[in-house]
Write a protein that binds this ligand. Structure first.
Ligand SMILES: Cc1cc2nc3c(=O)[nH]c(=O)nc-3n(C[C@H](O)[C@H](O)[C@H](O)COP(=O)(O)O)c2cc1C
Length: 274
């Protein structure tokens, strides 16, 4: 068996989640594919029946960012896959449903799925430090269960009907979730009018943000410049800056974060389907 860990993880919590699940597999041949890298999204990775894929993506009600490029780079041949989505202690909406349908069209067969919690991309006050030790235990056990089902018992069935994970954040959020879920397309990004970044004087021009940006929206030319037409607001730059010098400043975005904060302070637990 060859295990392939594939993730689109601007802030690193989705990657950590996928890695923790893989710890439940006995040491096997492991390949990691980081889909933040545009060069990986431009390739075609083809897999067979003996491969096992764990695909992790972050959510914004639907899959976030460029899921068409991520999933479009994968081709299966009746290949078993585990679908993982992460959200910031809110809700993952229709992400798992969307991921499953798109992956099945690409030749993959879902064998297990999970919705996990990662620190909220915009704030260290929501889901701070997650996935944490308690999450890691659940994630490793989930990996062990997948291995047992798939490899030990050779069971490739999946009997669950995945549903929308609705917000518990008032009528407006429920309406937004229904609307976004009904829109065509695999993914949803931050509206352009919300994506403005401020680079403070703490910036040391190390260029880490330029390297990590999945869509080449930042350049270093004496100072850091943001191309707001390319940026979709994933916060990889913000979360990856060693000096904390990059912050979103849109007043609409800040208002929206403040609105959801009271609903997202109570710890939510992961959900797994196997
Ligand atoms: C633009 C944007 C929208 C988001 N929308 C949601 C959401 O609807 N519900 C939620 O719980 N978390 C939401 N999040 C939070 C992320 O899904 C969550 O923090 C995730 O763990 C980030 O994964 P990463 O660390 O791999 O980037 C959003 C994050 C971003 C950047």
């Amino acid at each position: 068996m060859n295990l392939h860990l594939i993730y689109f993880s601007p802030g690193g919590t989705t990657k950590k989640t996928v890695m923790n699940i893989a710890k439940g597999f006995p040491s096997s041949n492991v390949q990691k594919i980081d889909m933040l890298r545009k060069s990986n999204r431009e390739k075609i990775f083809e897999f067979g029946k003996e491969d096992v894929i764990i695909l992790g993506m972050m959510t914004a009600t639907k899959l976030f960012g460029v899921p068409n490029e991520v999933i479009g780079a994968l081709k299966g041949n009746d290949t078993p896959f585990v679908g993982i989505v992460t959200c910031g202690n809110g809700y993952y909406g229709s992400s798992l449903k969307v991921m499953t349908k798109a992956m099945e069209k690409r030749g993959f067969k879902m064998v297990a799925a999970g919705g996990f919690i990662g620190q909220y991309s915009f704030s260290d006050k929501i889901a701070s430090g997650r996935p944490d030790e308690a999450d890691e235990i659940v994630q490793k056990k989930f990996g062990e269960d997948i291995y047992h089902k798939l490899i030990v018992n050779n069971d490739r069935t999946f009997k669950h009907k995945l549903k929308i994970d609705w917000p518990n954040e008032g009528a407006f959020s429920a309406f937004k979730c229904a609307l976004i879920s009904a829109l065509p397309g695999l993914g949803f990004g931050l509206p352009k009018s919300w994506n403005e970044l401020e680079i403070s004087n703490d910036c040391i021009q190390c260029g880490k943000c330029v390297k990590i940006c999945p869509v080449e929206a930042l350049t270093l030319d004496g100072t850091i410049q943001q191309d707001r037409d390319l940026c979709f607001g994933c916060q990889a730059c913000n979360r990856g800056c060693p000096k904390g010098a990059i912050k979103p400043v849109s007043s609409k975005l800040i208002k929206s974060i403040n609105n959801v904060t009271p609903y997202r302070t109570t710890r939510k637990e992961p959900i797994v389907f196997i």
